[in-house]
Design a protein around this ligand. Structure first.
Ligand code: COA
Length: 258
């Protein structure tokens, strides 16, 4: 299958999905989200695929977030619909019966960090940068970040990252347990393929059951539904309009708490 915003390739049972909007730092617009859903369906349905990699095109970004230009003028209900759609697709990544590894080749911010968090684990290049900067836009993460980040780094660190919106580099992400390994950028895909080649030699049904059992460690979906509602609420605030406008106008936001 061919895509407008993704590049895909299948080699030795490893399916590589590359989000391909490098001039926009691979920001997830509607088409990217739609096509990610279709590419994940390929992982589920194509028996030649044993495992997959998700990465970003170009040397600078994995994914710099949801496409902010699509947020302007959206209602609360439309905000909730965006979050819900993202949740469905990111759940399909998390619950994939075949391993999916994120290869982080630069900025993984906002929805990009959340996409990486929905993969089974992450390997990062030395230039990788992680963060949930939604508070700068008068928003909160809407693709599972408030839930999966807590699971990965614990409450204290998640609170600080989500409230400050600050970016952490690859070494700090390694210390926090966000990523499993940090490698030079030129070795990133080769290293992930090496790890997946080992994993692909294991029993497929056992791998599916590992993924399923790990995901069932905490089966509560309540927090995710709550996040959808709260993300939608942000769209009814003046602060969110100000934050998005300020980004588009390349200026600092002036938040009023309204
Ligand atoms: N949505 C839409 N466009 C985005 C984007 C996003 N999340 N992130 C980057 N872009 C676009 C920029 O607007 C710019 O487009 P332009 O060339 O048409 O002006 C292009 O990608 C390159 O980004 P730029 O900001 O010039 O690169 P930089 O190296 O100066 O800064 C970042 C990189 C990641 C720090 C900065 O792009 C940024 O803060 N992005 C937004 C991150 C964010 O808030 N994500 C969460 C969204 S919910």
């Amino acid at each position: 299958m061919s895509y407008q915003t993704l590049l895909t390739s299948l080699e030795d049972g490893i399916f590589t999905i590359t989000i391909n909007r490098p001039d926009k730092l691979n920001a997830i617009n509607k088409t990217v989200m739609e096509e990610l859903g279709l590419a994940v369906a390929e992982i589920y349905n194509n028996p030649a695929i044993r495992s997959a990699i998700i990465t970003g095109a170009g040397p600078k970004a994995f994914v710099a977030g949801a496409d902010i230009t699509e947020f302007m003028g959206l209602s609360k209900e439309e905000g909730m619909a965006i979050a819900k759609k993202g949740h469905d697709i990111f759940f399909s990544i998390e619950r994939s019966p075949k391993p999916i590894v994120a290869a982080i080749n630069g900025f993984a911010l906002g929805g990009g960090c959340e996409l990486a968090l929905s993969c089974h684990f992450m390997i990062a290049a030395e230039n990788a940068k992680f963060g949930q900067p939604e508070v700068n836009l008068g928003l909160i993460p809407g693709y599972g970040g408030t839930q999966r980040l807590v699971q990965l780094v614990g409450k204290n660190r998640a609170m600080e990252l989500l409230m400050s919106g600050r970016t952490v580099n690859a070494q700090e992400a390694l210390t926090m347990g966000i990523v499993n390994e940090v490698v030079p950028q030129e070795n990133l895909l080769a290293r992930v393929k090496e790890i997946l080649t080992l994993i692909n030699s294991k029993a497929p049904i056992a791998l599916t059951k590992v993924i399923d059992c790990v995901n069932n460690f905490d089966h509560s979906k309540r927090g995710y539904d709550y996040e959808v509602a709260q993300f939608g609420e942000c769209f009814a605030t003046e602060d969110m309009k100000e934050g998005v406008n300020a980004f588009l106008e390349k200026r600092k936001a002036d938040f009023k708490g309204k």
